[in-house]
Design a protein around this ligand. Structure first.
Ligand code: GUN
Length: 283
């Protein structure tokens, strides 16, 4: 369908461009960009995300270093690993896979990352930069969503946008990015009254709530753009989004599917943030 936009296709294009850049660096005998990934514990979802990130780096020729700490690692051990990556001249980007085990302090760990290597955009300095409209690293999923909206030829300036979800990783930063591009933005969450009615005002609807097929056509304005950030595993083992795709797709100008929608863009933006960190360090 021509109103279905695949993040997997766009990600492939962007990865192609990144690979060309890395190939040129190799030909010129230059240092190659490198991402350090820190994982604490053995959460299966986190392990699979981290493997996907390593594989994606390899696919464009970006190097990666993997630091796998025990579930029982102390705050000091985690922070020492981050410090080691901060001081490692070969490392351009650092990603601490979240969530950390509950005995660890995530905020304190993120504060340790050198903001210039914070390719996940979660250090408070980069969060502040986003909120004050200054340049800095932006979290990968929100960045991928903005790229997808451009790919969909969706105008943002002056439009009404509704974001369902207010997490630090997705909802809050994507709302700010939309606002920075002059959309009028409403953020909905679990305490929002009349969510359907609020969503029906949206020219752009971004759904990041983590509830299988929650959004059906009654939430959607005719001709809207819908970005589905949810990844839910159904009883039959298949993945689905927070949007009931089949029910909504006839009503919209553009929609992203799950899988092959936002997910591949997230990893791709991690690669492009790593390339950017490299280029800024090599300047
Ligand atoms: N866990 C789930 N998504 C993410 C992400 O984008 N970054 C990090 N660091 N952890 C995550």
């Amino acid at each position: 369908m021509e109103n279905v936009y695949y993040g997997s296709e766009l990600a492939k294009e962007i990865r192609g461009e990144l690979k060309e850049k890395v190939d040129v660096l190799k030909q010129e005998g230059k240092r190659i960009p490198c991402l350090a990934v820190i994982l604490v514990g053995n959460n299966p979802a986190s392990l699979s995300y981290v493997k996907g990130k390593e594989k994606a780096c390899a696919s464009v020729g970006i190097e990666s270093k993997f630091y796998h700490l025990e579930e029982t690692a102390t705050q000091e051990e985690v922070e020492e690993t981050i410090e080691q990556c901060n001081n490692d001249e070969e490392v351009d980007g650092i990603l601490v896979q979240l969530p950390l085990p509950s005995h660890l302090n995530e905020t304190k760990a993120l504060l340790k990352i050198n903001p210039k290597k914070d390719v996940d955009g979660l250090h408070p300095l980069n969060v502040g930069n986003l909120y004050s409209g200054q340049p800095g690293f932006v979290p990968c999923t929100p960045l991928g969503i903005m790229e997808l909206l451009k790919y969909m030829n969706c105008e943002i300036d002056g439009k009404t946008a509704v974001v369902i979800g207010r997490s630090n990783l997705v909802g809050a930063p994507v709302a700010r990015l939309l606002q920075n591009e002059n959309a009028t933005v409403t953020v909905c969450h679990s305490h929002t009254k009349n969510m359907e009615e609020v969503c029906r005002q949206a020219d752009i609807l971004v759904v990041a709530m983590g509830k299988e097929k929650f959004v059906n056509h009654t939430f959607v304005k005719e001709g809207a753009y819908v970005i589905d950030v949810g990844i839910n595993r159904m009883e039959d083992g298949k993945l689905c989004g927070d949007v009931d795709f089949e029910d909504v797709k006839e009503h919209v100008r553009g929609i992203t599917p799950v899988p092959k929608g936002v997910g591949p863009m997230t990893i791709c933006m991690l690669l492009s943030n790593t390339m950017r960190a490299y280029e800024e360090r090599e300047k």
